[in-house]
Design a protein around this ligand. Structure first.
Ligand code: NDP
Length: 258
C-alpha cells in the first residue's frame, strides 16, 4: 500500500469506480490509483477490467476488478461486501456507470427509455444503497469520505430529443443536493459532476440517425473534452481538505455553446 505523501495524497483510501471499463470511469480509476488509492473497478466487461487492473498494478497501484451489473442490487451488495473484506472500508465512491440513448420522444423507443432509467437511476441507487454504510464509517474514522455522482450538463440545459436521458441526470443532480443535507453533517462530501460532451464509448450506443448526425457535426466543430479532463477534476475534489466540499461541477468543452 502507498504511503501518504504529496505524490500519493489518496494513500490509505479505498475508492470504488463504477463504469470503470471505459471512458470517464476508466480514466478516473487510473488517476485515483496513481494518487495512492486502492481502487475497486466495477463494470460488466471482465476483460476490460482485467486489462486496467494489469496497467494499475504495473505502475505500483492496487486494483480489484469485479465484473458486476449494477442494475442487480444483490450483486452490487455482494461486490460491496467483497471490497470491504479485501481492500477495506470504501471512502470514495465514484458512482459513474451510465448510458445515453437520445431519440425523438415520438419514436416511442420504450426499451431505450427503460435501459436509461434502469442504469442511470436504479443502478445508481443500488450502488448508493450498498456503499453508504461504508462511506459513513470511513468518514467517521478518517474525518472525510466522498460520494461523487456523475450527472451531466443535460441535468441543467434543454436539448431536443434528450428528454429521458436528461431527466435521469436531473434526478442525479437533485438527489445529490438532498443527500448532502443528510451526509454532509457526517463528513461525507456529496458531489455531482456535470460534464458537457466527453469523447467516450457513450456516443457509440446512440441509434437515432438524427442524433448521430448532430454528434458528428459537433465533433467537427469543437474540441470535445477527454476522459482525463474529468479524471483530473475528480482527483482535485477528492484531494481538497476535509472541510471543503466541491458540490456541483459543470465542465464543458470551451467551444460548446450549451
Ligand atoms: P462509456 O460508455 O465509455 O462508459 C460507461 C460505463 O458504464 C462503461 O464502463 C460500462 O461498462 C458501464 N456500464 C454500462 N452498463 C452497466 C451496467 N449495467 N452495470 C455496470 N456497469 C455498466 O461512457 P462515459 O464514460 O462517457 O460515461 C460515464 C458517465 O458519464 C455516464 O453516467 C454518462 O451518462 C456520463 N456523462 C458522459 C458524457 C459524455 O459526453 N461522454 C457527458 C456527461 C455525462 P460495461 O459495458 O463493461 O458494463
Amino acid at each position: 500500500m502507498s504511503v501518504h505523501t504529496p505524490a500519493h495524497p489518496l494513500a490509505g483510501r479505498v475508492a470504488v469506480v463504477t463504469g470503470a471499463s471505459s471512458g470517464i470511469g476508466e480514466a478516473t480509476a487510473e488517476k485515483l490509483a496513481s494518487l495512492g488509492a486502492a481502487v475497486a473497478l466495477l463494470a460488466r466487461r471482465a476483460d476490460r477490467l482485467d486489462d486496467l487492473t494489469a496497467r494499475i498494478r504495473k505502475d505500483g497501484g492496487t486494483a480489484l476488478p469485479i465484473a458486476v451489473d449494477v442494475t442487480d442490487a444483490t450483486a452490487v451488495q455482494a461486490a460491496a461486501d467483497r471490497i470491504q473484506a479485501e481492500l477495506g472500508t470504501t471512502g470514495l465512491l465514484f458512482n459513474n456507470a451510465g448510458v445515453m440513448l437520445p431519440a425523438p420522444i415520438e419514436e416511442l423507443a420504450t426499451e431505450q427509455w427503460q435501459r436509461q432509467i434502469d442504469l442511470n437511476i436504479t443502478g445508481l441507487m443500488n450502488v448508493i444503497g450498498a456503499f453508504t454504510p461504508q462511506l459513513v464509517a470511513a468518514a467517521a474514522s478518517r474525518g472525510v469520505a466522498d460520494l461523487v455522482n456523475t450527472s451531466s450538463i443535460a441535468a441543467q440545459n434543454i436539448f431536443p430529443n434528450f428528454a429521458v436521458y436528461s431527466a435521469t441526470k436531473a434526478y442525479v443532480t437533485h438527489l445529490s443536493r438532498h443527500l448532502r443535507t443528510e451526509l454532509g453533517p457526517k463528513q461525507v462530501r456529496v458531489s455531482a459532476v456535470e460534464p458537457g460532451i466527453v469523447g467516450t464509448e457513450l456516443q457509440s450506443h446512440v441509434t437515432d440517425h438524427g442524433v448521430q448526425q448532430w454528434l458528428a457535426d459537433s465533433k467537427q466543430s469543437m474540441d470535445w473534452l477527454t476522459p482525463q479532463d474529468i479524471a483530473d477534476t475528480i482527483a482535485f475534489l477528492a484531494t481538497l481538505p476535509p472541510r471543503a466540499n466541491l458540490q456541483q461541477i459543470t465542465i464543458m468543452p470551451t467551444a460548446q455553446p450549451s
